[in-house]
Design a protein around this ligand. Structure first.
Ligand code: SF4
Length: 285
């Protein structure tokens, strides 16, 4: 009968499939929620603050004081909406969590000069068709440079990656460049990963050839996903990432069993605050 083929693909899904077919299946097809960890939550809040900083204020208005005011605003909303419930449940110290979130935001001022950025969009949702699949992405920030070219910015709140991981992260932001080219009709001259924790930027220039290569690789991943769905064959691929995987109980490579899938779905259904490891933050966020 086969498994249901996903309706769309994103940069992180492409990366997830390449890392481990089984983890991809459990997340994307069986839709078992990934846990919300303190580290992913901190990253989400910092992203929201920076989104508001660049969206609401023009160059000169983007000061550290304004950034801290926005951090306070986002924090108050998170408290009021109960977003921080998972932190309270895991006994995380809220004061130090808040300080760390503010520090992440302020590191953007060390990594780049926000007053010198002409941001024309934040949290920009784009989608396009590619060989039978819908590509989707949300671009953290799109800047218009003085020479009329575009820069795509993606914030990262995890650790600065090693060389292999850096290429994988760049593939993700090249994916956004591909979306810009297809939807906006302009290939960005620059893409940058802003690593907030380390106040460091990794900058690259997409070329016609690099985006062509990315297109071919994405189509190949999509064909592999469709084929795995038809054959119901998503294999585990053990690696150092297994330590941070929340599907170990279902994974034959870890002594688990897929026969527990229905039980696991029932217990994990709305629960997103279980099982978190700090190192995982450096891998995906
Ligand atoms: S434990 Fe490892 S091999 Fe198993 S699903 Fe998770 S990442 Fe894949």
């Amino acid at each position: 009968m086969g498994l249901q083929i996903p309706g769309s693909i994103t940069a992180s899904k492409v990366s997830s499939f390449k890392e481990c077919g089984l983890a991809f299946r459990l997340s994307v097809i069986d839709k078992i929620p990934q846990p919300i960890t303190p580290w992913t939550l901190r990253g989400t809040l910092a992203h929201t603050v920076l989104d508001r900083l660049y969206f609401r204020y023009d160059g000169a208005g983007r000061t550290r004081d304004i950034a801290l005011e926005l951090a306070e605003e986002v924090w108050a909303e998170a408290l009021a909406e109960g977003t921080l419930h998972s932190l309270e449940a895991s006994s995380t110290n809220l004061d130090s969590f808040y300080r760390e979130m503010r520090t992440l935001v302020l590191r953007d001022f060390e990594a780049e000069d926000p007053t010198n950025v002409n941001a024309i969009a934040t949290e920009l949702r784009l989608e396009t068709q590619l060989g039978g699949v819908t590509l989707r992405g949300v671009i953290d920030r799109l800047d218009l440079n003085e020479d009329g070219t575009l820069t795509v910015t993606d914030y990262k709140t995890g650790k600065l990656p090693g060389e292999v991981q850096e290429n994988e992260r760049l593939s993700g932001v090249y994916f956004y460049a591909l979306l810009c080219e297809k939807v906006l009709g302009q290939r960005p001259s620059r893409v940058q990963l802003v690593y907030l924790r380390d106040a460091t930027r990794i900058v690259a220039s997409p070329t016609e050839q690099s985006l062509k290569g990315l297109t071919s690789r994405t189509e190949a991943v999509w064909r592999a996903v469709c084929s795995a769905c038809e054959r119901e064959d998503f294999r585990p691929r053990p690696s150092k990432l297994c330590r941070f995987c929340c599907y170990q109980e279902l994974c034959p490579a870890q002594g688990g069993s897929l026969s527990l899938l229905d039980t696991f779905k029932g217990s994990r259904g709305g629960r997103k605050d279980a099982g978190c490891t700090e190192a995982a933050d450096g891998l995906g966020n």
